[in-house]
Design a binder for this molecule. Sequence first.
Ligand SMILES: *[C@@H]1O[C@H](CO)[C@@H](O)[C@H](O)[C@H]1NC(C)=O
Ligand SMILES: *[C@@H]1O[C@H](CO)[C@@H](O)[C@H](O)[C@H]1NC(C)=O
Ligand SMILES: *[C@@H]1O[C@H](CO)[C@@H](O)[C@H](O)[C@H]1NC(C)=O
Ligand SMILES: *[C@@H]1O[C@H](CO)[C@@H](O)[C@H](O)[C@H]1NC(C)=O
Length: 643
Amino acid sequence: MKFSTLAVLSGLAASTFATPTPPTHVVHEKREHQLNKWSRRSVKLNRDAVIPMSIGLTQSNLDQGYEFLMDVSHPESQNYGKHWSMQKIKETFAPSPATIEAVKSWLIESGIEQERHKLSNSLSWIRFNVTVEEAESLLKTEYSIYENTNTGKEHLACEDYSVPAHIQEHIDFITPTIHFDATVKKEKKTRDLQTRAMKVKPTKLIMPGPDTVPQPEVKYTLANCYEYITPDCLRALYNFTNGTLAQSSYGIVEYTPQAYLQSDLNLFYSNLQRQIASGTAPTIDLIDGATVQTSTQSFDDNGESDLDLQYAIALVYPQKVTLYQTGDAVEGASFNNLLDALDASYCTSGGGDNPTYDAIYPDTASGGYKGAENCGTITPASVISTSYGYNEADLPAAYEVRQCNEYMKLGLAGTSVLYSSGDYGVAGNGGECCTAAKCVGGTYNSGSSGTFNPAFPATCPYITSVGATQVKPNTAVTATNPEEACETVIYSGGGFSNVFAIPSYQASAVATYFSAHKPTYTATQYNNSQTVRGYPDVAANGANYVVAVDGSLSLVYGTSASSPVFGSIITLINEQRVAAGKAAVGFLNPTLYANPSAFTDIISGGNQGCGTNGFTAVAGWDPVTGLGTPNYPKLLAVFLALS
Ligand SMILES: *[C@@H]1O[C@H](CO)[C@@H](O)[C@H](O)[C@H]1NC(C)=O
Ligand SMILES: *[C@@H]1O[C@H](CO)[C@@H](O)[C@H](O)[C@H]1NC(C)=O
Ligand SMILES: *[C@@H]1O[C@H](CO)[C@@H](O)[C@H](O)[C@H]1NC(C)=O
Ligand SMILES: *[C@@H]1O[C@H](CO)[C@@H](O)[C@H](O)[C@H]1NC(C)=O
């Protein structure tokens, strides 16, 4: 009421001829599904109660992010390698003065006086206290008390809210509105943790324990890499040697409670990488109350971290590997929590966390870490590899776009961000497929039919997505002998996004794929419009890794292995560039797609799922193994030739 009266008055003041019309409100956010743990209570709200309200402002210049990133990472750009400082990134994307002004004016016209507004230091939030009555009038909504049916905890929320049409572009989101607090997230967390972890499966135990493990030269040779992958097999496959200069940086991300065991690293070194001294550990950055826990030990607790760290440490040795151990033992963490630690402007901006999906620290609700969340406290490494992932359909598209833009900023800062592409072929985590067209709604079946279920962040165009290959049976490993798509235990995640448009760096590779090898599937299975992002970008071996886990050597499978191996090769290239006085390579994809001959093309095998054979690895880029596996000397020559 108050709002439209004031708007009419100011409209009259501006022009005596204009017919005053109240601004049209448009719905800004609406709850998509009712969360079944919360019930709306019918009790009357005290409409004089005061609540703290926060408006997340829209960042500037995001529409130019792609071009900014190409400017520093396209091989033909004059500015290749001239990465931006975090300060320049912050200033470029901070909300514009016009945005701040538009939102403040709207508040003032709505009766929330200037003196009540507080602008955050990052300029990304406007905060103020309002009565429930004022909030309802401002947002054309109705608040209710919702009760958590498990805990009895109460929460103030609404079903949807509206803002004037001309304000919408300036606002990311407003709290408290449709979002629930951390209690909901903790319940979701259990599900998230299951779906998030790429499954790496121990299918057979090679030997019972360290005392009886045979000497590597007896058991593991280059002749049996098709049965047992070791660091030496990977060096032979991709034609690289160990590091020497120790001048670059490489981060491996792990999410608590998953953790490595030093005893497993030592066991791995003594069997497979004997020049590395027992006790050699990663440099550890603990994020948001994380611990490298040793209290529960099992393949699920230790398999992922042991695999990632053993191979990263061995392949870049004597360079150091940094472990980003993220999240406490109670709340855990999401990719946004890591991004908050790497970029201070993200944790405070309207583009940041959503308590439904991200852990909120300090954790006052669930008895976890009570300290402040890590916010810009970690300097991003030159290469960051993560072997965890979601289904694209697990998360709202707007949330994914915000997070993906953050990877764009890391690319601008000179970091190569790598994610494994998933282990279930065209299906999603756990082999599940979508029940609805375009995977809308995030409901899944058991995977014998349905719509292909792409992975996130694999489909974000600002990361490098790494798929999996395997050595052909009874084949010697050499850099000239192509592998095939991985079909042992796991299938390389690949396909096409339902959220992200095709980036230009990939357009010609994808067009060639469709013109020469058009799949027979229809739009029922996947988005075949040729206008969406295809993944993975590249591949590396993902089968039969010898890994020390919980005191013995196991065989492990997954794109979980492929990503840290590809990241190690990029780290060795960075080391050479640094030695030549050049910057780290940063965002990789434009250079990779411009130089397909630096890869060994993979042309056999497929990535079955959802009751189909999936896609097939063919000549050129394909949605199974991307451009293929790296040829280190060729890739090194490509990157060393750039400024
Ligand atoms: C809102 O009120 C609380 C409690 O009085 C106060 O601590 C807080 O600073 C106020 N917030 C703003 C933005 O004025
Ligand atoms: C590189 O590896 C070889 C054995 O493969 C080893 O002899 C050499 O010491 C290593 N170099 C460094 C710097 O660790
Ligand atoms: C491996 O790389 C070296 C250069 O470092 C090259 O001379 C050799 O031919 C390569 N081997 C194969 C099998 O491509
Ligand atoms: C495929 O993606 C494009 C671009 O986002 C979209 O316009 C189109 O509707 C999608 N098609 C299907 C069948 O999902």
